[in-house]
Design a protein around this ligand. Structure first.
Ligand code: ZN
Length: 264
């Protein structure tokens, strides 16, 4: 008994009491670490919000219109054409590098790849001669601009009470992931009319659908082809592919994906 009372605290530590003494400190340290990580995460979310997608958005989301690629359907290996006019960008084939070619600024500030400009100008000249008032409302977009558009769309859906995952799922049906928007190539244009009202815009699109292939453009996302293109119908979006391909794609009522053999 006497021996027990005389235990030297240092000896006690050496004999294993050390763990009894430290275990509460270890627990406290762990709690602090968890708290610090939690606070850092929260602060990060608060300030950067959507800039933290790696954790929340790690799974690629496929829209319902694009979900017909079951496990049985193997993705064909696809090699980009050496012809720049046939460069394919979609969800399966995102851009590896940002555009670094020459851009030409259009009348209202939008830009396009300079190589498509002469045909675009000629087409607009002819359209104006036919009494229409076409206007390019969207041309080239940077990757950052595309990211911002997608983020805004996600926020918009979250504003309607959707969770971030739900909002993202809905948003990617309207806005491409950064890197997979054709606008990042500078080879396509969204066209409307000067006044922007339905009637004049429809007249422009009607003219485009009947004539644009002569100038090397195709209607890129027809309504009835969304299961192939992965994009819902966009009557305003036209893509430059060159006159030969444009003629063939239009005559065959097909898509750029099918024309290039890049359908998954
Ligand atoms: Zn577009």
């Amino acid at each position: 008994m006497a021996e027990r009372e005389n235990i030297d605290p240092i000896e006690e530590r050496k004999r294993g009491g050390v763990w009894r003494l430290y275990s509460s400190e270890v627990v406290a340290a762990l709690v602090i670490i968890v708290l610090v990580i939690g606070i850092a995460f929260f602060v990060n979310m608060f300030f950067y919000g959507f800039d933290l997608p790696e954790l929340a958005f790690s799974e690629p989301v496929v829209s319902d219109t694009y979900a017909d690629s079951g496990p049985g359907k193997k993705e064909k290996s696809f090699v980009q054409s050496e012809d720049w006019r046939l460069f394919l960008v979609n969800r399966d084939h995102p851009l590896e590098e940002e555009f670094n070619g020459e851009l030409t600024e259009l009348r209202y500030g939008e830009m396009v790849d300079s190589r498509i400009y002469p045909d675009l100008q000629e087409m607009f000249d002819e359209m104006r001669a036919a009494g229409l008032e076409p206007r390019v409302v969207q041309g080239y977009r940077t990757r950052d601009e595309q990211k911002e558009r997608l983020d805004n769309k996600i926020r918009e859906y979250m504003g309607y009470g959707k969770s971030r995952e739900e909002a993202r799922e809905l948003a990617v049906q309207w806005e491409a992931e950064p890197g997979s928007s054709e606008h990042e190539t500078g080879l396509c244009v969204d066209i409307s009319s000067d006044s922007g009202d339905n009637e004049s815009a429809n007249a422009v699109w009607k003219w485009m659908d009947e004539n644009c292939s002569r100038f090397g453009f195709i209607k890129r996302y027809p309504n009835d082809k969304s299961s192939i293109t992965g994009v819902k119908g966009e009557p305003w979006h036209y893509r430059y592919v060159g006159p030969e391909a444009a003629q063939e794609i239009t005559d065959r009522n097909t898509t750029l994906e099918e024309y290039l053999g890049a359908v998954r």
